[in-house]
Design a protein around this ligand. Sequence first.
Ligand code: TMP
Length: 205
Amino acid sequence: MNTGLLIAFEGIDGTGKSTQLPLLAAYLRRQGCVVVETREPTSGPYGQQIRALYQNRNQVSPEQELDLFLLDRRQHVAECILPALAQGAIVLTDRYYFSTAAYQGAAGCDPATIFARHDFAPEPDLVLLLTQTPVESVARIRDLRGEKLNDFEQQEQLEKVAALFASFPHGCIVRIHAARPVAEVHSSIREAILQLLVTKGVRCS
Ligand code: TMP
């Protein structure tokens, strides 16, 4: 294989992205593909600042928060995503700029402007948008993970985020219903990937 592929997992919190991404990575590796798994916010300096804000977003304005996500993404694209694509890897990222358009859009920034500020970021070949209702997400986060909801995850906020994700018209987005057993969701994701590999003429081994 000589051309890289960029695949982003997106969706509101609690849709199972971080369960599904390693399952897909393992499947692709069994097919002989070189896979890079990555995530945003990153563990770099800006990602760490963002994570420190999780419990109290009021410390910064929505615009300042947006700037931090953009700085983190610039570094992620330059230091991880572009080099991996140049080596022909399949890059699986847990969140990408659709999250910024949805979350910082829900916080009051303009989604169209957010998309426009990402001219430095390669467009993904595929966005796997995992969908479920915010009520299902909140129940999953509270009951299954036993976690206290952080500010990002408050249900009212998630309603706005979900509505924005639902409004994005990009042709690279495939919507996957996530409120199903893990194996069923994985199988839908595999179908979408196999179709992408065929369309792009990509063969791993
Ligand atoms: P996660 O690590 O559980 O996916 O949490 C990341 C949180 O950060 C999640 O609630 C979504 C939020 N987020 C944004 O608000 N904007 C972004 O651009 C990204 C990547 C994440």
